[in-house]
Structure formats: C-alpha cells, structure tokens
Design a protein around this ligand. Structure first.
Ligand code: C5P
Length: 222
C-alpha cells in the first residue's frame, strides 16, 4: 500500500518539530521526531558510560535499547525520558553519535517503521534525502541563526532554565556545522525540496503553507 509521507528537514531550533506536529494534527497523520532517536541513543550511551566517539559501543547501545513511543512521550527501557532528551548536552551528544554511519544504519529500520496509515510527517535532517527519498512532499525549513537562538532561549527561560543567548547561538552554530559537514547524511535540502523560511512567518502560516502544498499534490500524495 502507498502510505503518504511529508518530510520536514532543517537545522537545529528552526521549529521543525512544532511545524511537523501542526501539519500532522491538521491531516490526522502520525509524526516521527527522528532527532529524538539520536537523542535517546546519546542518553542511553551516557547512562552506560559509553563515549560518543565509540562508534561500535554506541551501535551496541542502539541495538539493545528498548523504546516505546506514546505521542511525544519516549520510554527508554520502560522509563519516561522525554524531559531529559531535551537537555542541551544531550542535543550536542546526539549530533556526535549521529555522525557515525553505523549508528545511522542501526536506526534506519526503526524510522521506516513509523510510516503507517493514514500517513506520516517526519522531521529531522535527512528525512527527504535518505530515509524517505520518495516522499511526495519535502520541506526544507530555514530560519536565521539569530531567530533560532532566540527560539531556543525562550524555550529554556520558560522552563526556568537560565541560558545565555550568545552561548546558545554559538552552540547551535557548532552543531549545524557538524550536521552539514559530516560525510554520511549531511543536513542539506533534497533536490526536490520546497523551502520555507520560518523566521518570516508565524507557525499558523507555516502550517497552512505546508497543508496547501500537500493539497495541491493530493492525487499524487493520497
Ligand atoms: O532535531 P534535534 O535537535 O532533536 O536533533 C538532535 C541531533 O540529532 C541533531 O543535531 C543531528 O545531529 C541529529 N539528527 C540527525 N538526523 C536526523 C535527526 C537528527 O543526524 N534525522
């Protein structure tokens, strides 16, 4: 059966997750937050004392971890780790473990399994280029580094976590440089991706744009 997929790729803190959730809610589709899989791998490695540089060690962790998903909740070996996954340190470690080709390969089937009826909205870095290359609609989300740092800053402050805007911006630029520069599945727009600049329009307008693009393709996407 043909199960439709919309991919949303883009850099750190560009608002991919919020956009994917909004589009999925409008269409009644499932979501895949692929970054959370690299984050949970990083967390499991940290808990086991495996260094992010240890590719074989991280692969063993990725194969052994027992995951359950319930909406935005992620259980690792039966424990809800959703909050921990959002830590900045885990995001940075996720970007390190994600640079290993064997780690990406170990997470491939799991990502494909999210493609279920009536459809999927998948967000990450390589959804349109590697995991779902035949997706009928691919979106590449951009936003300036300043807008992205501000977005992340607001998120942290609202949770009562103190943060420096300058440090956040430096961290996200370092993470993007690693994600763009790696040899396996680098962050880049698919050739057939449509780009959307999230610093120009609000979330509702972005969701509407993606839904409009999807409806324009429907004979093909449905
Ligand atoms: O999107 P998020 O910030 O949760 O992703 C965390 C890290 O996981 C990213 O910096 C990136 O290195 C990695 N990632 C990836 N491929 C994806 C999604 C995330 O390499 N599809």
């Amino acid at each position: 059966a043909h199960i439709p997929v919309i991919t949303i790729d883009g850099p750190t803190a560009s608002g991919k997750g919020t956009l994917a959730a909004g589009v999925a809610a409008r269409l009644g589709y499932h979501t895949l937050d692929s970054g959370s899989l690299y984050r949970v791998t990083a967390l499991a490695a940290r808990s086991a004392g495996v260094a992010p540089e240890d590719e074989a060690g991280v692969v063993a962790i990725a194969r052994a971890m027992k995951l359950q998903f319930a909406g935005v909740v992620v259980l690792l070996d039966g424990v809800d780790v959703s909050e921990q996954l959002r830590e900045e340190q885990i995001g940075a470690m996720a970007s390190q473990v994600a640079a290993h080709p064997a780690v990406r390969a170990a997470l491939f089937d799991l990502q494909c399994a999210f493609r279920q009826l009536p459809g999927l909205v998948a967000d990450g870095r390589d959804m349109g280029t590697v995991i779902f290359p035949v997706a009928p609609l691919k979106v590449f989300l951009t936003a300036t580094a300043a807008a992205r740092a501000e977005r992340r800053h607001k998120q942290l402050i609202s949770k009562g976590i103190p943060a420096s805007l300058a440090d956040l911006r430096a961290d996200l630029e370092a993470r993007d440089a690693r994600d763009r520069g790696r040899s396996t599945a680098p962050l880049k727009p698919a050739e057939d991706a449509l780009s959307l600049d999230n610093s120009l329009v609000g979330i509702d307008a972005s969701v509407q744009q993606v839904v409009d693009w999807w409806e324009a393709r429907l004979p093909f996407g449905a």
